[in-house]
Design a protein around this ligand. Sequence first.
Ligand code: SF4
Ligand code: SF4
Length: 268
Amino acid sequence: MQSSKTAPFYIKTKRTFTGIRAYGWILTLLVGVGGQFFPVLGLLVPPIMLTLIGMSTLKGKYWCGNYCPHGSFFDSLLQPVSRNIKIPSLFASRFFISAVLIFFMYNLARRFTTITGAAGTADLLNQAGLVFSTTYLMVLLVGGLLAVTISPRTWCRFCPMGTFQFIFYKLGKVIKVNKKSDRKITSVQPALCRSCGKCARVCPLQLSPYTSFGNNNQFEDENCIRCNTCIRNCPPGILQPATAKEAEKLEPGAALESFSEDRFTQPR
Ligand code: SF4
Ligand code: SF4
């Protein structure tokens, strides 16, 4: 007898393909929790922010998918206990993303105004560190709660750091500095796509590459965090990262001999 329950659309799958993605969460705990006791640890946050913003002008949200310590915390530690259900569309709306960014900036500015009294004293660095550490801890708690109750990367749909990257990526496009470094998910053999939807089912951000390939069969969605989870899970193995120039050179003919390498038919 068939069960009345339908299979969930989103699938939990390994996303931690590198040591940094598997263990970056240690830094999150160190800064967010350790910083409450040793506030100077919070001073690691500004260089992290500058790095992710600089990287985003060249590679979009690559930081989020490959280096973010919070992302590692969500994927590595919380994915196994996450309900992994659909992220409410409100969290991806421009209104919500803007509101969170404004609240974040306001809150950070407000907290910094409270430490101006320490200006010129040795305690200033400690107090500034505590502000950053507490912000890190807040993301750990709120993002962690959303990760367990909804989906591991729910926070990432509206994270203020992600929004900064979005803005600076657009800037990078305008000033044309990322043509050689921006590698998007690309279908190298569109004719072999089965429309199975697995790339969408495993995507941490719940994006849908296979329904949205644009110019040169590239996935243009600026929310893509370049995590390569879709690449690793595409059954015929037709996805790969490529710059626009590399994608232009690909000739997506009907190379049917690729079927012999189809992962559906190969033993795992
Ligand atoms: S996982 Fe691969 S084959 Fe399946 S829909 Fe996505 S691109 Fe097509
Ligand atoms: S589309 Fe692919 S690379 Fe982009 S976020 Fe989704 S799974 Fe990661």
